[in-house]
Design a protein around this ligand. Structure first.
Ligand code: AMP
Length: 338
């Protein structure tokens, strides 16, 4: 039985080995409107003014590509990452963090409200221009998975055409070992070069097995990647139901992997583009001082120094990510029993 808190208070989940039924997704009324056409101009001008005023600390980085089988891991080297806060364990009795930068976002970083529930803000410590966050207006825990309306918001944000020659990558670091540093729910977005092939792009190139369930496809994984991860393509113009069914299917497998490997806490990474959705369960936050979040699990690793880059090169990016992920479940990977 999947804990109801994983899918919101009203969720009741019943499942058999092959069928996942989620009663809380019976209605799909929570769709968000598209972002304004003016959003790309807004983010570009706000980014420039926030950098100029000093409210946004933009630190340029260098990058190196490391091949691994038919994949390429792009490693960004940014010494400022040494100053990145870690997830703090100083919550008060209500479970809320004592200092929460997202409760009253800095005006210089604020982009716009998004529906009644979200605000869009610029990332204060950016190494990629136009890195923005979709945060809930009220506190919601980052340890909860994405809800129907979160997925709708993510989809609408992904439509923004911020920078020519790039596409947006959405990511969500959920749980203690996911690489998250803030407890307040935030989905992040960065532009990535259009022609950069990420792990899910490479996995989908092998094709997606057909199933008879509501989605019509089984999640797939890249055959040469040693850590558990699950990918599904997104159809053109998906409904919110299409997104929720995919997320549920990927989450079921992720939870199965966490349970099979005896994990006590639920940690996973989510990533999404207009083309696919990806989930990977996590067993630890870092390996040899190299912190990995969702971007690393899809092929965009971060290094704090040239030494860390050398370590990733000599160890191999797939080995590093395998250490922070969980081993693939052997046997029938299509089986899941949540
Ligand atoms: P994560 O570390 O994955 O939980 O993501 C948290 C994000 O919030 C990071 O990208 C931080 O750089 C960013 N961040 C931290 N403090 C602030 C702030 N005051 N305003 C906006 N973004 C912030």
């Amino acid at each position: 039985m999947l804990p109801a808190r994983l899918l919101g208070r009203k969720a009741t989940v019943r499942a058999t080995r092959s069928v996942l039924r989620i009663d809380c997704i019976a209605s799909f009324s929570n769709m968000l409107p598209p972002l304004s056409d003016a959003f790309p101009d807004l983010i570009r001008s706000k980014f420039s003014s926030a950098v100029e005023s000093g409210s946004l600390i933009f630190t340029p980085s260098t990058e190196a590509d490391i091949p691994a089988d038919d994949l390429t891991f792009r490693v960004r080297i940014a010494p400022i990452l040494s100053q990145k806060p870690v997830l703090r364990r100083d919550d008060d009795a209500t479970g809320k963090p004592k200092f929460n930068p997202f409760l009253n976002p800095e005006p210089d970083l604020f982009l716009c409200d998004f529906g009644d529930r979200y605000s869009l803000i610029l990332n204060k410590f950016s190494i990629v221009p136009y890195h923005f966050l979709c945060i809930t207006k009220e506190f919601e825990p980052q340890r909860a998975p994405l809800s129907e309306i979160d997925l709708s918001a993510t989809w609408e944000c992904l439509q923004a055409n911020i920078q020519g020659g790039s596409r947006l990558l959405a990511f969500y670091n959920c749980g203690e070992f996911s690489g998250a540093s803030q407890e307040h729910k935030h989905i992040q977005f960065i532009p990535v070069p259009q022609d950069l092939k990420l792990l899910p792009d490479a996995a989908l190139a092998y094709g997606v097995p057909i199933s008879k369930d509501a989605i019509g496809q089984f999640p797939t994984s890249h055959p040469d990647v040693p850590f558990a991860h699950f990918v599904l393509p997104i159809p053109r113009n998906p409904s919110t139901e299409d997104l929720v069914m995919r997320f549920s299917s990927l989450l079921a497998r992720t939870l199965t992997a966490l349970r099979e490997h005896g994990q006590r806490s639920i940690s996973f990474n989510f990533a999404m583009t207009k083309d696919w959705m990806f989930l990977a369960p996590r067993g630890q936050e870092s390996y040899e001082g190299i912190s990995v979040n969702a971007t690393g699990m899809v092929g965009l690793l971060l290094a704090k120094s040239e030494e860390q880059l050398d370590f990733i090169k000599s160890t191999g990016p797939l080995e590093v990510t395998a250490k922070v992920g969980l081993p693939r479940i052997t046997g029938d990977e299509q089986q899941h029993d949540y």
